[in-house]
Every structure is written in structure tokens, then in C-alpha cells.
Ligand binder design. Structure first.
Ligand code: NI
Length: 155
């Protein structure tokens, strides 16, 4: 089932999401299925976090070049010293793109959809997507990280 994507400034987007205790729980598994369908319906989206569909739990999905990551309770465990700035978008901000500085490489530990612990080292666009989606789980939106927009707001 395709879910409705919450748009800024929906308050759920600014909440810190709760940890998932049982990844194999039926509701969690259904949410994964529905979020995957929702992401597929949005061709220009690379990732989707559960708060974006109104469910404040620590789950996000990233799909890049036909590789799918289902990240339950993800945590960044290592990051590069180097950062890079690139334009970023978000399905909760349709049509808006802003430059955001992110770590060039990150290592993420998470639980997969089968309930197994997993670890991935990523770089480039995938690393950027991981940081963007994990931020969503802490109620952090990319607009708070863009210098360009901060300048506009401070004017
Ligand atoms: Ni987003």
C-alpha cells in the first residue's frame, strides 16, 4: 500500500523517532513493505524515513542503483574527516534543492529486515543518503544544514 508522504512543516518530521524493539514484528514488516512501495512510486527519491510517512520509528529505506538498504535502528559508527557539499532534495520538500555539507564516507551499523545485525561502509551519494535519512530519525531536516537557506532566513 502506498503511503502519504508528510510534507514540511508536519510536526512528525521534527520528532526524535523511537527505537524498534522487534524488527520481525508484523507491523514493522508491513511498514517496510509499504515504505518500499511508496519510495518506488516517487521516482526521484533515493531514500525514505518512517517519520516521513507519519510513523515515528527508527527505520529508513535507501535505494540506489538497484541496491536496497533497509536500515532499522541505524547508527553512524565512523565518518571520514573530509566533507563534501552537494545539492540535496527531500520528498518532504518537493521541488526544493539546497547545498548541504556531508561526510564523504560513513560507516553505518544497523539491523536488517530479517533482524540480523549488519554493517556497511559507504561513500559518495550513498553516504550522503545515509546521513540524510538517519538525520530524519532524529527530527533533523536538511534545511537546517544548508548555509544558503540559513543566510536567507537570517536576512
Ligand atoms: Ni528527506
Amino acid at each position: 500500500m502506498k503511503l502519504k508522504i508528510r510534507k514540511y512543516p508536519d510536526p512528525v518530521l521534527s520528532q526524535k523517532a523511537a527505537k524498534i524493539k522487534d524488527p520481525l514484528n508484523k507491523e514493522v514488516q508491513e511498514l517496510i513493505e509499504n515504505m518500499t512501495e511508496t519510495l518506488h512510486a516517487n521516482k526521484n527519491g533515493v531514500g525514505l524515513a518512517a517519520p516521513q510517512v507519519g510513523v515515528s520509528v527508527r527505520l529508513c529505506i535507501i535505494e540506489l542503483e538497484d541496491i536496497r538498504y533497509i536500515l532499522i535502528n541505524p547508527k553512524i559508527t565512523a565518518k571520514s574527516r573530509q566533507k563534501e557539499v552537494c545539492d540535496e532534495g527531500c520528498l518532504s520538500f518537493p521541488g526544493e534543492f539546497y547545498p548541504v555539507s556531508r561526510y564523504s564516507e560513513v560507516q553505518v551499523r544497523y539491523t536488517d529486515e530479517k533482524g540480523q545485525p549488519a554493517k556497511v561502509k559507504t561513500q559518495g551519494l550513498l553516504a550522503r543518503a545515509m546521513q540524510h535519512e538517519i538525520d530524519h530519525l532524529d527530527g533533523i531536516l536538511f534545511i537546517s544544514k544548508t548555509k544558503k537557506l540559513q543566510k536567507i532566513l537570517n536576512r
